[in-house]
Design a protein around this ligand. Structure first.
Ligand code: TLP
Length: 351
């Protein structure tokens, strides 16, 4: 990795990753066509490979993770229906309520535990189908769980939720924006994680470094219907093969290296735990997202520290009121050590 000329250590998100040289070459050379007319061979190759990676029949390329979630859930639901989801989910906290607004879908929100799960008993009690309630159509889970420090959902938990959903005639959806981080952390294929879900979406534009794009995967009939939803949302793209070409490189070359990001996140979390005034449980950090809080006795708030660190060349972001650092392809071990030194030095001063 070559450091950017600005010298910043940008830990705001893995979405800041830029396309690799191999991606730029593939984009320049991509064979393209009008994808709304079904003519783009590179998009078709991407959709087939992505679906295969998560063990589903078919895939649909969409511009963003937000649209992927919308396409999945709007395709699965109708008026008077609801989606059960966690109060810490990206869908509920960071997508402007689009599912309720565009989809006319009721968002039935249940509390997430710090490990990203929603207790099974709560789900069991929440599914409903009475004449005076919305009908529960989907349960949506997130893996890895962004606001729960990038937590990986336990496989047996997912299986239990799937068994419950099936028994009650409810679909299971996965916001798998970072499914490959979960797969690498567990040492399993993404298809194994995706198996219990009817419908899964994931992103190419986060840790996998592609510039744009997400994918929706599921059964062939579902994807045909999802294509119509994408069109309605304005997500049909024309010569999208230039983007799909980068996403193909992401799938073929960028997954295994996520282990390095996880290692950097672990080192960062352990380093933070040794800094006076920082509250973090490093054992919670399983993938590439590190979330921590400050002791009020330091005199610093998340917001004041964020701007002081920015002035010193280290960029973090907020996760609610907490601070967040995300490791990625653009971050080296030396960057982690430097960021830790800067955070420690800054916290020893008064704001
Ligand atoms: N997450 C972004 C921000 O929006 C917070 C980030 O920096 O982490 N699902 C999950 C679990 C996500 O973390 C995100 C993006 C999305 C969906 C949406 O993806 P985009 O922003 O590419 O549409």
């Amino acid at each position: 990795m070559v450091r950017e000329a600005d010298g910043l250590i940008d830990l705001r998100s893995d979405t800041v990753t830029k396309p690799t040289p191999a991606m730029r070459r593939a984009m320049a050379e991509a064979e393209v066509g009008d994808d709304v007319l079904g003519d783009d061979p590179t998009v078709q190759r991407l959709e087939a490979l992505a679906a295969q990676r998560v063990g589903k029949e078919a895939g649909l390329f969409v511009p963003s993770g937000v649209m992927a979630n919308l396409v999945c859930l709007m395709t699965l639901t109708g008026r008077n229906e609801e989606v059960i989801l966690g109060d810490q989910s990206h869908l509920y906290t960071a997508e402007v309520g689009g599912l309720g607004i565009f989809g006319n879908v009721f968002l039935h929100v249940l509390p997430n535990l710090p490990d990203g799960t929603i207790p099974l008993e709560r789900l069991q009690g929440a599914i409903r189908d009475a004449i005076y309630t919305p009908k529960t159509r989907v349960i949506s889970l997130e893996n890895t769980h962004n606001r729960c420090s990038g937590a990986v959902l336990p496989m047996d938990y997912i299986q239990q939720v799937a068994t419950l959903a099936r028994a009650r005639g409810v679909y299971l959806h996965l916001d798998g924006a970072r499914i490959f981080n979960a797969a690498v952390a567990l040492g399993v294929d993404a298809a194994e994680i995706a198996r219990p879900f009817e419908v899964v979406n994931f992103c190419f534009s986060k840790g996998l470094c592609a510039p744009v794009g997400s994918i929706v995967c599921g059964g062939a009939a579902f994807i045909q219907e999802a294509r119509r939803t994408r069109r309605m949302l304005g997500g049909g793209m024309r010569q999208a093969g230039v983007l799909a070409a980068a996403a193909l490189v992401a799938l073929n070359e960028m997954i295994d290296r996520l282990a390095e990001d996880h290692e950097h996140a672990r080192i960062l979390a352990e380093g933070l735990a040794n800094i006076t005034g920082v509250h973090i449980d490093p054992a919670r950090v399983q993938t590439n997202i590190v979330i921590f809080e400050l002791d009020p006795a330091t005199g610093w708030t998340s917001a004041t520290l964020l701007s002081a660190l920015k002035a010193r060349g280290v960029l973090l972001s907020l996760s609610g009121t907490r601070l967040r650092a995300v490791t990625h392809y653009g971050i080296t071990r030396a960057d982690i050590d430097h960021a830790l030194r800067v955070i420690q030095q800054t916290l020893t001063q008064r704001p």
